[in-house]
Write a protein of this length. Structure first.
Length: 359
């Protein structure tokens, strides 16, 4: 049945690269992966920005979560094109712990804790968390003169220049650079998460930056996990997102707004870039806008990339998902919880237990 559902979507073949089929892990790594990375940059999120090393300064916050954690406020000062911009972040980790697994969390607010970021639960599960507010990187609107966008583009946006999602993702990778320098961090267990537009960001980040061992895109939907072709009637379409949020993407994405069948990729190609690492996808039953069937089918279609590594990828029954499903046995996971569009503690608990069982 799922095979039939997928056929209806008429997805581009993940393994057909410029007219040639690839069949091995080496071909995937040498041809497939670079090809999809380039297509997805050029046609959707925009070209990756040049690497600028920020100047880092840190300050301890006296709040310590009942003495269980250390909270450091870390500032990243970027200087480029004779301009500078500082991004504040929050680094919180269990006291006296070693080999700490970490979430980099891109949030809508900088509050600690925050309704989407239950810091104490995360610490109690043995994880550290490094969070940033997306607006502090560059504002969530069409203004490309502020924050990092001000440094790199200064309002001048060309066809393949990146949109805000790529900026937010860029910052997550700079936070990853910093975690690499800290002795108590387990460098093999750093992941990234975010909700909704920031779930799209979390998926893109792990897809392009192979240092991320896992990604947990929460309710990411259109132009995130969900495949775009054949989206359900009430789900968000590329035409909707291009009209309402053009600045999240490169200008080049606009040309597909009303011709989704002409996209040279679909979102399963982005998912597949995470292989052979871990991706756990969270959906919510009432979040029809994020089109849970399309998120689920993306997991099924991307799974083939894990198979090239001799891994199962996505393990699920041969049917579309229903509320309460939790398919987290493979390296690609999917769950559909009850309720609305939200990054809930229930989501966090599912992500953390799935990650702990695998890494
Ligand atoms: C809108 C948008 C979605 C996005 C969401 C969010 O609903 O259409 O694509 O995921 O905002 O970020 O909250």
């Amino acid at each position: 049945m799922i095979v039939e559902e997928l056929k209806k979507r008429k997805l581009p073949d993940l393994f057909c690269i410029e007219g040639k089929q690839i069949t091995t892990k080496d071909e995937w790594e040498n041809k497939g992966r670079p090809y999809w990375k380039s297509v997805i940059q050029n046609e959707e999120y925009g070209k990756i920005l040049p690497l600028v090393q920020p100047e880092i300064s840190t300050k301890i916050n006296s709040v310590n979560f009942a003495g269980k954690a250390t909270w450091e406020e870390v500032s990243f000062k970027f200087c480029y094109n004779n301009k500078q911009h500082t991004v504040p972040t929050n680094l919180i980790y269990p006291k006296n712990a070693e080999n700490v697994p970490f979430f980099i969390y891109i949030n809508f607010r900088s509050d600690i804790p925050d309704r989407y970021l239950p810091v104490e639960e995360i610490i109690d599960n043995g994880f550290g968390v490094f969070s940033v507010c997306h607006n502090d990187i560059s504002t969530d609107n069409g203004d490309f003169t502020n924050g990092l966008a001000g440094l790199f583009q200064d309002g001048d946006r060309k066809e393949k220049d990146c949109g805000k999602i790529m900026y937010w993702s860029y910052m997550a990778s700079r936070m990853m650079d910093y975690l690499q320098t800290l002795p108590y961090v387990d460098k093999n267990r750093i992941g990234v998460s975010g909700h909704s537009r920031l779930g799209k960001t979390a998926l893109l980040t792990a897809a392009f930056d192979e240092r991320f061992a896992f990604s947990c895109p929460n309710n990411s939907g259109c132009s995130g996990v969900a495949i775009s072709r054949g989206c359900c009637d009430k789900g968000e379409k590329v035409s909707d997102i291009c009209r309402t949020f053009p600045y999240w993407f490169s200008p080049s994405y606009q040309k597909y707004a009303n011709e989704v069948e002409k996209l040279p990729f679909d979102q399963h190609c982005l998912m597949a870039l995470v292989a052979p690492r871990i991706v756990i996808v969270g959906g919510a039953e009432q979040d029809v806008w994020a089109d849970n069937d399309s998120q689920f089918l993306s997991c099924v279609a991307a799974s083939k990339a894990w198979n090239l590594y001799g891994k199962d990828g996505f393990i699920s029954p041969d049917r579309l998902p229903v509320c309460g499903d939790k398919f987290t046995d493979g390296d690609v996971g999917f769950f559909l919880r009850a309720g609305t569009h939200y990054h809930s503690r229930e989501d966090w608990n599912t992500y953390m237990s799935a990650i702990k069982s695998k890494l």
